[in-house]
Design a protein around this ligand. Sequence first.
Ligand code: IPM
Ligand code: MN
Length: 358
Amino acid sequence: MKSYNIAVIKGDGIGPEIIDEAIKVLDRVGDIFDIKFNYKEYLMGGCAYEETGDPLPQETIDGAFKSDAVLFGSIGGYKWDNLPRALRPETGLLKLRSALGVFANLRPVKVYHELTQASNLKEEIVSGVDLMVVRELTGGIYFGKPREKGDDKAYNTMVYSKDEIKRIAKIAFDIAQKRRKKVCSVDKANVLEVSQLWRETVEEVAKDYPEVELTHMYVDNASMQLILDPKQFDVILTGNIFGDILSDEASMISGSIGLLPSASIGGKIGVYEPIHGSAPDIAGQGIANPIATISSASMLLKYSLNELDASMAIDKAIAKSLHDGYRTGDIAKYGVKKVCSTSEMGSIIADNIGVKKQ
Ligand code: IPM
Ligand code: MN
């Protein structure tokens, strides 16, 4: 039997609830496909700060490096909003991404056929959307120096080296090659020097991919085009902050931010997490949508473990659960048979993978 070590970081807010469901589903897929998952839990975020005084204890970094992949829920909460930057929950996550070198964040946006009416956008606009945001994750304004917060003045720096742009562009083109062969690079080259270099570099990389069509779009226009006609996009390649913003926007095409998974790859160990936050307003109520996290577990199987059949089994089980009319509250708009709790939704998805062998 194959066996893998998964570092599990539940985090804050709804993190523990949604991770429990992802584990439930992973265990079931493991039973069916003869895979054993060994989970080890680590602290990060507000909970880590409370216990250790550090939002990313060294033990968590070491644990991540010793694992085959990291499954992560969410971090943050009102309680820690006034902490100095170095101690904030978000700093823990950013440091983990940086430490692991996961520079490529893949955020697929797929509209489930059953949920075309769950989006606030018209059905004909969202139906059939299938795009991938490739977000640079360990550079740009999130990490650029100098940065400082003064009382009267504060600044951050958006910086990208040519090498950083090249490696993320390659990932986007490689992915596009296996999809519909279109890359739209999103920047703000009409205003920012860093975007000018971004554009030039992406053009250079494109020469190695003659069969992939490359277009460029300014980020303001891209945010409008995403809502106007999301089907025009195949792969969206963009920097850290633009990708953060555009992927939240794109989640509304799918109907709920509770649906979108992500994979952070490019380093030695991949990190898999939903794109949404810790939703402190609904934490502990058992109503959060676990699908984004379960779907992230599917990406973990695909990208870190190369367990493609198991990954596909999860995707199919999610689709079947939606097809059968099961919905958490956030997507309980049309075609609902039963409004489910977080844990009911996880169990239904697990059951749709199959029944345990005796
Ligand atoms: C995300 C989140 C993070 C980010 C925060 C929590 C640091 O919004 O993963 O999209 O901005 O990258
Ligand atoms: Mn975000």
